[in-house]
Design a protein around this ligand. Structure first.
Ligand code: NAD
Length: 268
């Protein structure tokens, strides 16, 4: 059995993970961690996710004790919280699976520092479908050629705090690379006012927010007289939790380094 700690355990993703870990006979939940002052601290993790049986793992803020028995930690929290977690993991050389998006420089630096001493899987999207979408998107941009304009549209629930989504950012990087464009110079986030005609070398990225949409991403390749759209729709959060758990099993025992979900899934 793999000993797993969940960081951000009281959040939407954290709860989905706690539930999955508790139901998987190959996994043992050793810690459910969340921020100091969270209303659910001290609650049994199993009861917290709506299961009948307690498991005697309480939601805790204590990283030091929480990580002591873990073989791997899975993180879906916030960039600041992830930074602190990764620093602690580096001290322990503890493998990690990181799903938090909107990472700042401090978080990215902490990620690289951990990857120097332990294996880490970081992915802005852990779903199988999205990882296949990324692979297809690169190929599609190459195949349609320069005449087709590239636009990206994403939609998420109204609680999402960062935009565009980490998945859309990654999609933009991949298609920019496939087209030979500099991603920062090519990206145009939304359009308003007298923006003029679309530049040939821009990639429009548009973030819709509303309701309880788990996550939709569409790549639009618009050419003369036709357009191709590749869309992925996430129906529930469990897909990300399943992917993250799969990554956790995969990462334990690997050499130190930063890995992505395509490597976990064997997509080349
Ligand atoms: P959420 O707000 O529901 O949950 C975040 C949790 O982190 C909360 O319980 C919060 O209390 C906790 N937290 C905040 N500060 C903390 C700290 N200092 N220490 C420990 N815990 C702390 O958000 P969510 O919808 O579960 O998403 C979490 C993150 O995961 C976001 O960045 C989101 O974009 C990302 N996400 C990634 C994927 C993926 O596949 N990579 C999928 C879904 C969401």
């Amino acid at each position: 059995m793999t000993a797993i700690a969940v960081h951000g355990a009281a959040g939407r993703m954290g709860r989905a993970l706690v539930e999955l870990v508790l139901e998987d006979p190959k996994a043992r939940l050793v810690a459910a961690l969340d921020r100091p002052g969270h209303a659910a601290l001290g609650q049994d993790a199993s009861i917290m996710v709506g299961r009948a049986e307690a498991v005697r793992i309480k939601l805790s803020e204590d990283l030091v004790h929480g990580l002591a028995d873990a073989q791997v930690v899975i993180d879906f929290s916030s960039p600041q919280a992830t930074t602190a977690l990764l620093k602690r993991c580096a001290q322990l050389s503890l493998p990690a699976v990181v799903g938090t998006t909107g990472m700042d420089d401090a978080a990215r630096h902490a990620l690289d520092a951990l990857a120097a001493v332990a294996p880490v899987v970081a992915a802005p999207n852990f779903s199988i479908g999205v990882n296949v979408l990324w692979a297809l998107a690169e190929r599609a941009v190459e195949l349609v050629g320069e005449e087709f304009d590239i636009e990206i549209v994403e939609m998420h629930h109204k609680h999402k705090v960062d935009a565009p989504s980490g998945t859309a950012v990654r999609l933009t990087e991949l298609v920019a690379h496939a087209r030979g464009l500099h991603v920062a110079r090519a990206t145009v986030a939304g359009r308003t006012g007298q923006v003029g005609a679309r530049r040939h070398d821009e990639i429009g990225v548009h973030a819709l927010r509303g309701g309880d949409v788990v996550g939709d991403h569409t790549l639009v390749l618009a050419g003369p007289g036709e357009r191709l759209e590749l869309t992925h729709r996430a129906h529930n959060r469990e897909i990300f939790a399943r992917g993250a758990l799969r990554a956790a099993y995969w990462v334990v025992g690997r050499p130190p380094g930063l890995y992505n979900m395509a490597q976990v899934l064997g997509i080349h």
